[in-house]
Write a protein that binds this ligand. Structure first.
Ligand code: GLU
Length: 276
């Protein structure tokens, strides 16, 4: 059997911590590891943190056989995917500010809450087409959202395979009409990840269970864009001794500070071994 192609895809928004080490090893043990730096959000990412990631992974002894893919160097790939989605008629421009969305959600009463905050109430999906054109023509800034119901109508029912949960049916009620192109960067996490996993030939996506819901979106985008379907494994998150998730802002558990305190990569390995 050919080995799976897996990837570790950190965002350089801080130094890596023990949870990242666990996730990177999880991917490395399950296939041929690729490394991707998810640095599309220039307001949060910094080049020195990318350097830190490379330094920490090298210290852990991890290697990857192909050049690192840095998302910031591939914005054209995401733009071209966006154009293909637009041709399918599954996108609409959204002019709402975060504040307007919050107010609308509050007005509408209880709204479902997804991993990215409240599910978008669909305000701009219902905008009159002439009004939409006027606003675009007047140069109003817009993000672009996926019309989830229309997209699922185009693809028909979809499923994906998760190593812990088995076959999972795609449902879009948890995340709703997600943004596929942000006003500021012209793409989004969901779109960039889906395009990259396909272009890098990833066959097994391993990542923390906190990203489980986003896989519904990624599977839908794959089907719309005609990309192959990888398998998934959403692993449990590594918790500290108080049962809390590690956070980048907590300096004491960064790999850098552990290294400086004399901890060895083998000791880190023992500490972060994840159950499935
Ligand atoms: N870049 C994401 C993160 O650092 C991970 C994305 C993914 O694995 O799909 O949380």
């Amino acid at each position: 059997m050919t080995p799976a192609i897996t990837r570790f895809a950190p965002s350089p928004t801080g130094r890596l911590h023990l949870g990242h080490a666990a996730s990177a090893w999880f991917a490395a043990e399950r296939g041929r590891l690729l490394l991707r730096i998810e640095d599309i959000d220039s307001s949060r990412c910094r080049p020195e943190w990318t350097e830190g990631i490379l330094e920490d992974l090298a210290w852990l002894g991890l290697t990857w056989p192909e050049p690192v893919r840095r998302q910031s160097e591939h914005l054209e790939d995401y733009r071209s995917a966006l154009r293909r989605l637009d041709v399918l008629g599954v996108l609409y421009p959204c002019f709402c500010t975060r504040k307007e969305i919050e107010d609308e959600v509050r007005r509408a009463g209880v709204a479902p809450h997804g991993m990215e905050g409240p599910v978008y109430p669909g305000t701009c999906r219902r905008l009159d087409p002439a009004e939409r054109e006027d606003r675009l023509a007047a140069g109003h800034e817009a993000s672009w959202r996926l019309d989830a119901a229309e997209a699922l109508r185009v693809t028909g029912p979809l499923t994906w395979w998760d190593g812990r949960q088995g076959r999972v049916a795609v449902r879009m009620d948890c995340l709703g009409d997600v943004v596929v192109s942000r006003k500021d960067i012209g793409t989004s996490y969901h779109l960039a990840v889906t395009v990259d996993d396909a272009l890098q030939g990833v066959t097994l996506v391993t990542r923390g269970e906190d990203l489980f819901d986003s896989t519904h979106v990624h599977r839908l985008l794959q089907a719309l864009l005609g990309f192959p379907e990888p398998a998934y494994h959403h692993h449990r998150l590594l918790l500290d001794e108080n049962g809390k998730r590690f956070a980048k802002r907590d300096k004491s558990c960064t790999l850098q500070s552990l290294r400086e305190a004399g901890v060895t990569p083998q000791e880190v390995r023992e500490r972060v071994r994840l159950a499935e």
